[in-house]
Design a protein around this ligand. Structure first.
Ligand SMILES: NC(=O)c1ccc[n+]([C@@H]2O[C@H](COP(=O)([O-])OP(=O)(O)OC[C@H]3O[C@@H](n4cnc5c(N)ncnc54)[C@H](O)[C@@H]3O)[C@@H](O)[C@H]2O)c1
Length: 258
């Protein structure tokens, strides 16, 4: 049932990790535009106040919680603050992630492996574990996990990232099975390469040759935009996708169709 004009997330409380930048920020803005109250859990930085101000312009109730998702106690605190602020946890986007060390498996440092697994995979587990305890009490809730095209196929020199993103899809499917009887839906998004600070941090945006190669991997011959992920996020957390759980949606300009 497509709902026109009506805001689709009116008064819903939405918890977003990594919401200060890139995809997470765009999802927060899109949810605020749909009438939701937002909690951003992220590492504090010089952009925090500015980003929160932009979100509050869309919706006055937006809270920032400093949180490293790789630290279980900090995730506990962030979920606790979300429930204190808004009373319920209706929607969660487990999105925080990094690119991390790029190396062949034999050359990958143990630290580089663990850093990405701790943030990109363990962080998602910590969030889901706590979100699901609350949603289970409510007998309602929707979770979206940010995986990647690299949650479905390999990518040379990125075993840490690829393993974490594959793990997220296994977690998503398993939790979807466990919580479907309680009315909780859990899906994942698998973006292709999206033009965000993550790509600059990985040295892709500034390296003309590498960027051209990455763009060329997508049949549409361009990178994706954060807005193109945010629109799918809103679909997945609204009633428009009420029969979907355990799915992993590719939003990738045709990358995985080849
Ligand atoms: N950009 C892409 O091409 C792409 C493609 C597929 C999937 N993704 C995934 O999308 C998600 C968002 O990526 P993005 O491109 O928007 O990146 P980004 O770098 O623009 O934003 C990531 C955000 O996560 C936060 N973050 C990093 N480590 C954290 C931690 N330990 N605890 C809490 N917050 C932390 C950062 O501070 C930042 O605000 C990531 O999970 C990424 O793997 C990105």
């Amino acid at each position: 049932m497509i709902q026109n004009k009506m805001k689709r997330l009116e008064n819903k409380s939405v918890f977003i990790t990594g919401g200060l930048s890139g995809i997470g920020k765009e999802c927060a803005l899109a949810a605020a535009k749909e009438g939701a109250n937002i909690v951003i859990a992220d590492l504090n930085s010089e952009i925090t106040d500015k980003v929160m101000e932009v979100i509050r312009k869309e919706n006055s109730k937006a809270v920032f919680v400093e949180c490293d998702v790789a630290e279980y106690a900090q995730v506990q605190d962030a979920i606790h603050k979300t429930i204190s602020a808004f009373g319920t946890l209706d929607i969660a986007l487990n999105n925080a992630g990094i690119g991390g060390e790029a190396n062949k498996v034999g050359e990958m440092s143990v630290e580089g492996w663990l850093k990405v697994i701790n943030i990109n995979l363990n962080g998602v587990f910590y969030c889901m574990k706590l979100e699901l305890v609350q949603m289970s009490k409510q007998k309602s809730g929707v979770i979206v996990n940010m995986s990647s095209i690299l949650g479905k196929v390999g990518f040379a020199n990125s075993s840490n990232y690829v393993a974490a993103k594959h793990g997220i899809l296994g977690l998503t499917q398993t939790a979807a099975l466990e919580y479907a009887p309680e009315g909780i839906r859990i899906n994942a998004i698998c973006p292709g390469f999206i033009d965000t600070p993550l790509l600059s941090n990985a040295g892709i945006s500034e390296n003309t040759e590498l960027k051209k190669y990455i763009v060329g991997l997508h049949p549409v011959k361009r990178l994706g935009k954060s807005e193109e992920i945010a629109s799918v996020f809103i679909f997945l957390v609204s009633e428009d996708s009420s029969f979907m759980t355990g799915s992993a949606i590719d939003v990738d300009g045709g990358y995985l169709a080849q």
